[in-house]
Structures are given as C-alpha cells and as structure tokens.
Design a protein around this ligand. Structure first.
Ligand code: ZN
Length: 457
C-alpha cells in the first residue's frame, strides 16, 4: 500500500523542532508521518539515517525565459533547481502582448521540458493587461502579478505604453484585484523609486568607476526604501496582499519595523545574492543586478529580518543569461542586470542561516517552503510535510561541504556568481510527488514530468 517509505531520518516540519519520524508516501502524496520502524511492506524504502527530511523548497522568484527563449531555459533551469532541492518554482513572464494568447504557449513549453512543478506570475505593463486581468486570473488560475516600478519613464520606449508605471498604476491594479478575488490575489512589487535613481546617476556619473561599489551608488538604499514605504501605505489603504520582491537593504529592514509592516497581507522577500555577497565580491560585474548587492551591514540586517519574520521568503531571482550577452560591449553602462543562480536557496540558507547564524531548521523550512506556498496559494498541496500534501521532500546532509563550480549554471548560462564559494549543508536527494528525481548530484527524472499549477481563484 505504501509506495515509498523514508525511514530513519529527522523530519523538519515548518515551524516545529526536528523530530525522528518515518514518512509514508502513497500515490505521490504523503500518507503518514509515523513512529520510526512502524511502516511495513513499502514497495521502496529510502534510508535517511543521518539526514534531515525537509519539505522541498519553493523558489517564488525565477525568470526562465527572461533573456532567452523559455524552451532554452526550462530543462536546464528546472534540472538545476531540482538538484538544489527546489521542487516547485513560480516563474515570471513579461510580455507586451496579450497574456490570453501567450499563457497557453508558456504552459505547453513548460510541461514539455520541466522536471518540477511550477506556477506563474505575470508582469503587468500596459492598460490592456489590466483590462484582461480578470480573464487571465480565472482562465489560467494565475493569482499573482508583478509591477516593476523601475520601469517608470521608459514605458513608451520599452513596451510602447502610454500608461506610466508608477504608484497610480499600482493603486489601480490593487483596486482591480479587490474586485476579482480579494482574498486570493497578490501583487508583487519591484520597489525602486526611479526618480531617485535618475538623480543619483546625474549626481555621480562623472565619478564613474566600473565596479560594484559605484553600481550600488546608482541605486541607493533609500530609493528602495522610499518605494517600500509607499507600498506599505497602498497595501494598508486597499487591503490587497502585497509582496515586496528582492529586498536588499538595512534601511528597508528598518522600515519593516514600522507598525504598518505588521499587517498579515504584507510580505517581503530577499535573495541568495544579497545574503551571500557584498560589493567586495570577487564576482565583480558578473554580479550586477537590480537592486544591487550592498554592504556587510545590509547583509546582516537581511539575515536578522529573516530570523525574526520581517522577511518571509528567499527567491533566487535567477535570470539565465550568457556571459557575452550580460557584459554587452564591454563598457560599464552596457552591462545587463541579472544572472543565473537557480538551486542555491537551500545551501545558502543552511550555510549562512543555520550554520553561521543559528537560525533553527523549523524557521528555515518556513522560509524556503511554507511561507511561499501560503502567500502564493499553493498551500497545503505544497510547502509542508503533512498527510495529504504532495510528497515533495528533500533529504539534507547538514554537514556536507561543497564548493560551487561553474557547472552550477549548466548550458543555459555559462558563469556562476557563486562559483568558488564553499557552502555547508546540501540536499542529497530530491523527491517530487513521491518520485526520487535527483540523488547525490545526479538527475534521475526525464523532462516533461513537471506540472503547471493552477491556483484557486
Ligand atoms: Zn526578478
């Protein structure tokens, strides 16, 4: 009756202390969490002696198909995600045309090429995107959308739209969301006040120096925090669930101490590159990203906020790109933001969070699985270890040390900003819907088994 039993491991249920239990899996879902030694007659047994069993990680922020075709990115991207302990991702799509035509194509490509399950976020750029919002929500089960406030001023040039991407746009989208499915919809916001960034550039461009420190000064911390404060206000005024993507600064973490940030519908995310890198990084201009990586005090503040709950999730913001494309014509101003970093959420949290800062495994499991599942309408199918949930699990060796190599990016990208970094705490097996898909650094599954996750509206 039991298809798969994971025995002798230490199970980490999000928010709880690790406990010795065995996990029974039947038909791809968890059918029991039981006393060790009590499962009999399982068809397959995985011995997890010395290992921790955590829920598979959910990467809530990834851009497969961002710089390159979706068909180029999906197989290697989801393979590396699975090897890194990610069992579900939520991918961003950005297009100027109608999503009603495009989403069926995205689903088809994804289900042809993916190793793991995925839901989608859509970026709202134009007035027609707002007009079709209710249809995209109900037809495809897409409940999360994104606004990137850093587009402000480039709408006409980049996506031929007359509608400014500003706080007014955010407010009008929030009002529309309230009408469609007020308790289900989430607005993701890239918080940067572009006016302040423009002024920063005007003030310092004659001091140009092609390094990360100068790059950081072009997008000062307060340009992020200014925008975060506005979003806190709009979330409060409208009551719409607001998710602040890729937060990067100490100043913003201070803003998240304000009483308005206590709200149950305001959430914050950071990324492995802000947690593991600073402007001193040896990766140099390979590490340009928006917002930029900052300083040691910002990094410390982000870890503290993850530990105390001001930050809720970690997303990779992985954006596969080849080095030649990224570096443009070799001049500083032509370097493009972003890089591939899929699959490093779990080792980053275990090395930097568990080992170096003493964040408990129950909290780590919340950050990497339960919180993103709850925020994006995937819980309890995803994001936990409980009877009836999908058997998306990882076996983790807390003491395994491994140095990230260039191969961390596979063929859809050809450099890793984490290359050379030795991290302690790695997944050694990944199980998706009861199927062992990766083990000891080897992929066992074929592409095409991943499912598109429609969310309830
Ligand atoms: Zn992003």
């Amino acid at each position: 009756m039991t298809d798969l039993a994971i025995v002798n491991g230490t199970v980490v249920i999000p928010g709880s202390d690790p406990a010795q239990m065995d996990v029974a899996i039947t038909g791809g879902v968890i059918s029991g969490l039981v006393e060790q030694g009590s499962i009999t007659g399982a068809s397959h047994v995985v011995d997890a002696t010395g290992l921790h069993v955590l829920p598979g990680a959910i990467d809530p922020h990834i851009h497969l198909g961002g710089y390159q075709p979706l068909g180029t990115d999906t197989e290697p991207g989801t393979r590396l995600a699975a090897l890194g302990g990610v069992t579900t991702l939520v991918n961003y799509f950005k297009a100027t045309g109608s999503y009603l035509d495009l989403v069926p194509e995205y689903i088809k490509t994804f289900e042809r090429d993916s190793h793991i399950d995925a839901a989608f976020h859509l970026q709202l750029l134009t007035e027609p995107h707002l007009l079709e919002l209710e249809t995209t929500t109900r037809r495809f089960g897409i409940t999360s959308y994104k606004i990137n406030l850093a587009w402000k001023g480039r709408e006409k040039a980049v996506f031929d739209s007359d509608r400014p991407v500003d706080n007014g746009w955010v407010w009008s989208v929030m009002e529309a969301m309230k009408e469609i499915a007020p308790d289900k919809m989430v607005l993701n916001v890239h918080c940067e006040n572009q006016e302040l960034k423009n002024e920063a550039k005007r003030r310092i461009s004659d001091e140009m120096s092609p390094d990360l420190e100068f790059y950081e000064r072009l997008a000062p911390d307060f340009s992020e925090t200014d925008s975060v404060l506005s979003m806190m206000l709009l979330a409060r005024v409208t009551g719409v669930t607001t998710y602040l993507v890729h937060l990067s600064s100490d100043l913003t973490m201070q803003a998240l101490e304000l009483p308005w940030a206590e709200s149950d519908h305001l959430f914050g995310e950071t990324c492995p590159h802000y947690l593991m890198h600073t402007t001193d990084s040896a990766a140099e201009l390979e590490l340009t990203v928006s917002p930029p990586v900052r300083h040691k005090e910002d990094q410390d503040a982000l870890w503290e906020a993850l530990a105390d709950g001001r930050l809720d999730t970690v997303g990779s913001d992985s954006n596969p790109i080849l080095r030649d494309t990224k570096m443009g014509n070799g001049e500083f101003w032509s370097v493009k933001p972003g890089f591939d970093s899929v699959g490093l959420i779990v080792p980053s949290l275990l090395d930097g969070g568990y080992h170096r800062r003493g964040i408990g495994l129950g909290r780590i499991a919340e950050i990497m699985a339960e919180s993103p599942a709850k925020i994006f309408g995937l819980y309890p199918q995803k994001g936990t270890i409980a009877s009836g949930s999908d058997a998306d699990l990882i076996l983790v060796d807390l003491d395994k040390e491994s140095t990230v190599g260039q191969e961390a990016t596979a063929e859809h990208s050809d450099f890793s900003v984490f290359a050379g970094m030795t991290l302690r705490g790695w997944p050694v097996a990944t199980i998706s819907r009861g199927e062992l898909i990766a083990q000891d650094g080897h992929m066992l599954s074929e592409p095409g088994r991943g499912r598109y996750l429609r969310r309830e509206t």
